[in-house]
Design a binder for this molecule. Structure first.
Ligand code: SF4
Length: 884
């Protein structure tokens, strides 16, 4: 590590990889995995590897704005305080709310929660982690009496069987998947089972894939519980000493799922597949079951979690090396939010509203004048209350609910009607345009504090860049706001002081009665905080950091026993039928994150999936007259989007998958949240993002086109468009509803004055009028290029993108642009698969076939693909299989 390098943590997923940031000679930075960080041991994925491309100033908010007018911090905070005070005085503390985010650092989260619950006196603070893992929180608390992840990442390597359920780990938690794959390579007897209705990069490499019917997870795990009980895989000692309720849970499971055949029938699986899974689970003591949003994002998500946990309790496989149920979180600090109580139904430090003792303890610790005594509104309820006018002042921090919440048209209506909307963020988003007061905050490379990953490991995020202009830390903004409301206890001068208080509260009157205890860190000094090494909680004063919990019981229920939860499987809230015969599933793609506010800035990342899409089964596509790459409209009762069709066999017939990321800044109409059913789990309040009844139909535009331009295009026409940033060039896909009478005039209108110079402008229209191409040359360089066709038969784009990197185009190349085809030797590499080395699918397929490459390692030797972060390796394997 070079002098001046910074050790910090990745801002994306819940793996929480440690990174080393080094300054480059040209002023940029380099990012690599930290070999000393226990979460990743030097590994990194494509998103982490491209972080250097996302730290620029584009779109950054740099000054506080009130009604669009730049003001000082004093004026902005006075206005926020006046607005909140006005609403509180008139209508009480229940009429104000914070909506916060797993992107906040723990210190920011702590101050927000303390202020709202302890001093304003309302529990109306909820986090966007509600959308991601609140069902796991409920499942954990019901079973363990605490929101505890019992294991650690090493368990995934030490297991003999890893079950990944509701988790496309290869794309969503790539470094964990890399660790599993490396362990399987070292120990070929280790098995991987993937349970997912769709085929994914994760299931491609599995020993067994169970493509179960959407929403039938509880039945499958009830079937497993019943099978384990019948076949003698019960750890009687553990069950008798450390649990309660097992008889009822097993009895119910046996009644509902008496045999593998019944389970297979109900889950849409083959009996042999189900038996195989049950046998493997039964035989492997060292079994870890990893679950994620595919389990949580359901109206029965909490029950699904308990159905999984029940199996581990019955077999006593918890808290020991290589075994346990394992929830992995989506966001970098979802766990930190849980620790400070940023869910509306939690108090701080894993204490709860269901205990008068907890309420009193937190009140005394904070010397809080008005501690809330009951839970507040969860995310979906909150925005409904805003629309009804029950919330008069709402402060949104570091999140984009106008895109990410289900039925987001409702969210937008609510924001438009709200008396006072304050948004603090580092960049402009779809939500910031609703803000009456907009507050600029520090971004990832500027922040200073801690985050907690999925294995309870707290790591430092350290700053390595100065913040731009007036951007401030969230905790600083919140503290100054609290002081303006007249509250004491918010005179923090550094994140270290907040962390110290957080640690003290965790240990306050704890004595081993609560799982979250980092009392050992109480009293931490500035130097110690700066140098803090990643550690797992609990870490009580006088104790040691704890890697695993519950091997010998010690649960946090009243009787210290784990509680089996008897689960009755429930189908999704609404079934596909009539006008809406398909099931919509949403999720992540490999190289994008949330609503693309950061990854959308990276040319490397956008090259992998440049356009929003709907994946559907080829049989459905044929029936509906949809061809691959057609535009399709997806509609539900709540809204509709238009995206590109991908037809294949990765989805089950009747199912659709659409990525969650696209927003109004990157596409004309692709916010899939507008389509998603806002029904929620009754226990966790988590929405059902994985199961919305929809219909799908082919869109028939009058023309298709694409545009490449060095300058962004602001006057995009009516119809379909999506855009992405490639190196040196903006890339737009276009389609129009009305025929173009004069494509040349259209091109000139689109490119404006930039197309006015006839010496720099070339165009071509074929005799049928069906194909139009135009190019503009700026000082010999390609400046813009527009292709239009009456049919969807446009040429490849990647060879044209590469021409923008050249300082001058030869006459032959200019002709090639208008001919719409690369010349000899100017290969079209196709869609990028390896983001690190920009290796496209055409290059890969040609090399696999011509050089008979049969392993990712051979591809790596030939083309470098897959040799840096390794995120593309599952796709390389799929291409090898396709070519063979
Ligand atoms: Fe970041 Fe990738 Fe690690 Fe997740 S797996 S924390 S996105 S580097």
């Amino acid at each position: 590590m070079r002098a001046g390098a910074t050790r910090t943590t990745c801002p994306y997923c819940g793996v929480g990889c440690g990174l080393i940031i080094e300054r480059e000679a040209g002023g940029g930075i380099s990012v690599r995995g930290d070999p000393a960080h226990p979460a990743n041991l030097g590994r990194i994925c494509s998103k982490g590897a491209a972080l250097a491309e996302t730290i620029g100033s584009e779109g950054r908010l740099t000054r506080p704005l009130v009604d669009g007018r730049a003001v000082s911090w004093d004026e902005a905070l006075d206005r926020v305080a006046e607005g909140f005070r006005r609403v509180i005085d008139r209508r009480g503390p229940g009429a104000v709310a914070f909506y916060v985010s797993g992107q906040l650092l723990t210190e920011d989260y702590y101050v927000a929660n303390k202020l709202m619950k302890g001093f304003i006196g309302s529990a109306n603070i909820d986090t966007n982690s509600r959308l991601c893992m609140s069902s796991s929180v409920v499942g954990h608390k019901r079973a363990f009496g605490s929101d505890t992840v019992p294991g650690c990442y090493q368990d995934l390597e030490q297991a003999d069987l890893v079950v990944l359920t509701g988790s496309n780990t290869a794309w969503c938690h790539p470094v964990l998947f890399q660790r599993i794959q490396a362990a399987r390579k070292a120990r070929p007897q280790m098995r991987l089972v993937v349970i997912d209705p769709r085929a994914t990069a994760t299931s491609d490499g599995a020993d067994l894939h169970l493509p179960l019917r959407s929403g039938s997870d509880s039945l499958l795990f009830n079937g497993l519980l019943s099978w384990l009980a019948r076949h003698g895989h019960v750890d009687r000692r553990f069950v008798e000493r450390h649990t309660t309720g097992h008889a009822e849970a097993v009895r119910l499971a046996q009644w509902q799922a008496p045999s593998a055949a019944v389970v297979a029938d109900q889950c849409g699986l083959q009996t042999e597949q189900v038996e195989q899974f049950f046998r493997w689970f039964g035989a492997c003591e060292k079994t870890v079951t990893v679950y994620s949003q595919g389990i949580n994002q359901s109206t029965s998500g909490s029950d699904k979690v308990n159905a999984i946990v029940n199996c581990h309790l019955l077999s006593g496989r918890i808290g020991r090396a290589g075994m346990g149920p394992f929830s992995v979180t989506g966001q970098p600090n979802a766990m930190g939010g849980r620790e400070v109580g940023a869910l509306a139904n939690q108090l701080a430090a894993h204490m709860g509203f269901d205990s008068d003792e907890d309420i009193d303890r937190v009140r005394r610790f904070w010397q809080a004048p008005a501690l809330a005594r009951k839970p507040g509104l969860n995310a979906v309820e909150l925005f409904r209350a805003v629309e009804r006018g029950e919330i008069g002042a709402l402060w949104i921090m570091a999140t984009n609910p106008a895109v990410s919440l289900p039925d987001n048209s409702q969210v937008r209506r609510a924001l438009e009607r709200c008396e006072l909307v304050v948004v603090s963020d580092c960049v402009e988003t779809d939500t910031t345009r609703f803000a009456d007061i907009l507050l600029p905050v520090k971004a990832w490379g500027e922040k200073d504090g801690t985050v907690t990953n999925s294995e309870r490991r707290i790591s430092r995020q350290r700053p390595f860049l100065p913040p731009p202009a007036e951007a401030r830390a969230d905790w600083w903004i919140l503290s100054r706001f609290a002081q303006r409301l007249g509250f004491s206890g918010f005179d923090y001068r550094s994140p270290r002081e907040i962390f110290d208080e957080h640690a003290a509260l965790s240990g306050f009157e704890n004595g081993g009665t609560r799982d979250f205890d980092i009392g050992a860190l109480q009293g931490i000094g500035e130097d110690e905080y700066d140098a803090l090494q990643p550690f797992q909680w609990p870490f009580a004063a006088g104790g040691v950091s704890c890697q695993r919990l519950f091997a010998e019981g010690g649960f946090f229920t009243a009787d210290r026993r784990a509680q089996f939860v008897a689960v009755t499987p429930r189908p999704p809230a609404t079934a596909p039928e009539g006008d809406y015969p398909f099931t919509l599933n949403t999720g992540r793609v490999r190289d994008h994150w949330h609503t693309m506010t950061r990854t959308g800035l990276s040319p490397k990342l956008t090259a992998h999936t440049a356009e929003p899409y709907a994946e559907l089964h080829v049989l459905d596509a044929q029936r509906l007259g949809i061809a691959d790459a057609d535009l399709v409209r997806i509609e539900s009762r709540w809204g509709g989007v238009v995206v590109r069709a991908r037809c294949g066999t990765r989805q089950q017939p009747g199912a659709l998958f659409v990525p969650m990321h696209w927003n109004d800044r990157f596409a004309s109409n692709a916010c899939i949240g507008s389509v998603v059913n806002p029904c929620v789990d009754p226990f966790s309040g988590q929405p059902e993002f994985k199961h919305t009844p929809v219909r799908v139909s082919r869109v028939e535009p009058a023309w298709y086109g694409f545009l490449l331009s060095r300058d962004p295009i602001d006057n995009l026409p009516q119809g379909y468009w999506c855009r992405s940033w490639r190196k040196d060039v903006w890339y737009y896909e276009l389609a129009g509803d009305a025929p173009l009478q004069d494509p040349s005039a259209y091109a000139r209108a689109l490119l404006g004055a930039r197309a006015a110079n006839p010496a720099a402008w070339c165009e071509f229209l074929d005799s049928s009028g069906a194909h139009y191409r135009a190019a503009r040359f700026d000082d010999g360089r390609l400046g813009a290029s527009l292709f239009i066709s009456s049919t969807n038969d446009l040429p490849g784009r990647d060879w044209l993108v590469r021409l923008f990197a050249q300082s001058e185009l030869l006459p032959e190349q200019r002709l090639r642009v208008l001919a719409g085809a690369p010349g000899k030797g100017a290969e079209d590499v196709g869609r990028v698969i390896c983001s690190c080395f920009s290796v496209g699918v055409n290059t890969l397929m040609a090399a696999i076939r011509s050089r008979k490459l049969s392993t990712p390692e051979q591809i790596g030797e030939a083309l470098q693909a897959g040799t840096n972060c390794g995120s593309c390796i599952p796709e390389l394997r799929a291409l090898i299989a396709e070519a063979s």
